[in-house]
Design a protein around this ligand. Structure first.
Ligand code: GEK
Length: 251
C-alpha cells in the first residue's frame, strides 16, 4: 500500500498532544507502522500463512483494529483457495476506514469473499462463526480493564478449532532486560530514519494512549478465556505475536 512518508513528529512541538488515529496519521500510516514496528512484515506474512491453514470456507474472519488493512490483505492472500468467506475489517477511526475502502476497491477479493469495512469500536461489533480472528497491535490501545472481556468474547465468537492471532508491544518486568529490549527498539527506529526528536515526541504522544502488558499477562488472559493452546510464535525486540486455538471439542 502506498503511503506518504511519516514526518508527523519531526518538527519541535510546543505541546505534544495525545496520539490519535486521525486523518494526519492515516495518510502516513503504512510508512509509520513499517518503520516503527520491527517485524511488521514478518507478522503479516505469518498471518497469511496461518489464515491459509486455519480459515475455513463459509465462515467469518475478523480483523479488529484493522487500520488500512495490512492484516486484512494478508488474510485475503492466504484464503485465495477458499470460498464464501466474509471478512469484517473493523476500526474506530473514520480516517482509517475511508482509506481502507479505497484499498479494497483497488484490490477486490475473489472466490465470493466479501469484505465488510466497519467503522466501530471492536466491542460494539457482534461476532460469530469465526474461524480466524486477528487483533494486530490493537488491544494495547484499549483500557486494561476491558481486555479480558474482549479476549473472552473472541473465544466465544470462534468455531471449535478456530484461531486468534494476537500481536502486541510487550514490556518486561526486569528493568535491566526492559532497557536492553527497549533500547534495541529505539536503535531500530533510528536506523529506519527517525530522529531523536521524532522518537521522543512520539513516545510522549503515546504515553497516555498505549499501555503495554507483559507476555505472561497475554498468555494468562488467553488461557482464562479458554484458549488452552496458546503460544508466542513471533518476537522481535518488544513486539510479539501469539497464536491461540479454540479446542476442537469446545462449544
Ligand atoms: C495492522 N492492525 O496494520 N476499536 C476499534 N479500533 C480501535 C480501537 C477500538 N476500541 N482502539 C484502537 N483502534 C493494524 C495496525 S494500529 C497499531 C493496528 C499501531 C484502532 C486504531 O484506530 C488503529 O487504527 C488501530 O487500532 C491500531 O495490522 O498503530 O501501533
Amino acid at each position: 500500500m502506498e503511503s506518504r512518508p511519516d514526518h508527523i513528529f519531526s518538527r519541535k512541538l510546543e505541546t505534544v498532544a495525545d496520539f490519535r488515529f486521525d486523518e494526519n496519521v492515516a495518510s502516513v500510516f503504512s510508512d509509520m507502522i513499517s518503520r516503527s514496528v520491527p517485524g511488521y512484515s514478518d507478522i503479516l506474512r505469518g498471518i497469511s500463512i496461518f489464515a491459509e491453514k486455519y480459515a475455513k470456507s463459509g465462515t467469518n474472519i475478523y480483523d479488529l483494529g484493522c487500520s488500512l488493512g495490512g492484516a486484512t490483505f494478508s488474510v485475503l492472500d492466504g484464503i485465495r483457495e477458499k470460498n464464501g468467506i466474509s471478512v469484517f475489517s473493523v476500526d474506530s477511526s473514520q480516517a482509517m476506514i475511508e482509506r481502507l475502502k479505497q484499498n479494497i476497491a483497488a484490490h477486490p477479493a475473489g472466490n465470493g469473499t466479501v469484505i465488510h469495512p466497519i467503522c466501530s469500536d471492536i466491542r460494539d461489533v457482534p461476532m460469530s462463526d469465526a474461524s480466524f480472528i486477528v487483533l494486530n497491535f490493537t488491544l494495547q490501545f484499549i483500557e486494561r480493564q476491558a481486555r479480558q472481556a474482549i479476549i473472552s468474547s473472541l473465544y466465544d465468537a470462534l468455531v471449535p478449532g478456530g484461531v486468534l492471532i494476537l500481536s502486541e508491544k510487550c514490556r518486561e518486568d526486569d528493568s535491566f532486560i526492559e532497557k536492553i529490549i527497549s533500547e534495541a527498539h529505539l536503535d531500530f527506529k533510528k536506523r529506519m530514519g527517525y530522529s531523536d526528536l521524532e522518537i521522543a515526541q512520539k513516545r510522549t504522544a503515546l504515553e497516555n494512549v498505549m499501555k503495554t502488558d507483559r507476555t505472561a499477562d497475554h498468555l494468562d488472559r488467553l488461557h482464562r478465556a479458554g484458549f488452552s493452546k496458546a503460544v508466542m510464535w513471533y518476537r522481535q525486540f518488544n513486539f510479539c505475536s501469539f497464536i491461540a486455538v479454540k479446542p476442537a471439542g469446545a462449544e
